[in-house]
Ligand binder design. Structure first.
Ligand code: CP
Ligand code: NVA
Length: 319
């Protein structure tokens, strides 16, 4: 069991050569290793680090991205490597070349593949044929890279993680699934408030409850946001309509809005020092109001910046 800021044992932790597809595959000690490496790399940003000199990283995108694309590309370059942005439709993948063949070929050129995909199974297939590490840059069911930044941002803010309570308000989506895993592994409690039928994925609920019983935290489901935020140290939300769900927009908005919006009234129901987090991009006026996201309680810009530092740490450790 790791202590608040490190590991109970002094055993050497290596992540070299691993895929980063699913946080559940990583132990609490391994996640702490990434967070502590982040702290060092953030502190020494600007110092020349040549960990990736002579190495290249392919970044495949099936969906748009601002933060993941730019932070990962800059992360590779700040470590001395070269990043290649590859949109699906500009690859032969978009004309029917298989995932398996793409993985085999890219593995002959580059040292790591990061991919943002519609279906998680695409990442599993990529990883099973690639001979280099594969990193998940978001899928329909999870977004583990985001959660490294979220945990790091909370650690910076509160100087601890164990025992904090996160209230997730809105859609039980890909980011919510991954928050459940990261938080429960490190001993944070999670209260999730969603409309019925929009709960997190069953598998993630089962995993997080098992993790929580090991780490001594709690996972609770609610339908009423004001109950979920009581005693919360942080309120998190995300868009009501994720990428790939555009056709459901009207139905989703009718279900989520306005009940699941994070506004000042909801913030006032949490602890006095509650902070607000959002992976971005935000749909201002839908899941969050301007006065919350632009308030002093909002950590969204630190959170976005930390995508860079956590991606650097991950690259540093996997390569
Ligand atoms: N949070 C996040 O992944 O943002 P992008 O979609 O801009 O990459
Ligand atoms: N849930 C959002 C997250 C974007 C970073 C989506 O999948 O579109």
């Amino acid at each position: 069991m790791p202590n608040e800021i490190g590991y109970a044992s002094k055993k050497k932790i290596s992540l070299k050569g691993r895929d980063f597809l699913e946080l559940q595959d990583f132990s609490a000690e391994e996640i702490w290793k990434i967070l502590k490496t982040t702290r060092t790399l953030k502190k020494y940003r600007g110092k020349k680090i040549n960990k990736l000199r002579g190495k290249s990283v392919a970044m495949i995108f099936e969906k748009p991205s601002t933060r993941t694309r730019v932070s990962f590309e800059v992360a590779v370059e700040e470590l001395g490597g070269k990043a290649l942005y590859l949109s699906r439709n500009e690859l032969q993948l978009g004309r029917g070349e298989t995932i398996a063949d793409t993985a085999r070929v890219l593995s002959r050129y580059v040292h790591l593949i990061m991919a943002r995909v519609y279906k998680y199974e695409t990442l599993e297939e990529l990883a099973s044929y690639a001979t280099v590490p594969v990193v998940n840059g978001l899928s329909d069911i999870n977004h583990p890279l985001q959660i490294l930044a979220d945990l790091y941002t909370l650690w910076e803010r509160f100087k601890k993680l164990r025992g904090l309570t996160i209230a997730w308000v809105g859609d039980g989506n890909n980011v919510c699934n991954s928050i459940l895993i990261g938080a429960s592994k490190l001993g944070l409690n999670v209260n999730v408030a969603t409309p019925p039928g929009y709960e997190p994925h069953q598998r993630y609920l089962e995993w997080s409850k098992a993790n929580a019983s090991q780490s001594g935290s709690n996972i609770n489901l609610f339908t009423d946001p004001s109950e979920a935020v009581r005693d919360a140290d942080v309120i998190m939300t995300d868009v009501f309509v994720s990428m790939g769900q555009e056709e459901e927009k009207e139905r989703r908005m009718a279900i989520f809005y306005p009940k699941y919006q994070v506004n000042m009234e909801l913030m006032a129901r949490a602890r006095a020092d509650v902070v607000f987090m959002h992976p971005l991009p935000a749909h201002r006026g839908e899941e969050v109001t301007d006065d919350v996201i632009d308030s002093e309680r909002s950590l969204v810009w630190e959170q976005a910046e930390n995508r860079l530092h956590t991606s650097k740490a991950l690259l540093y450790l996997l390569l």
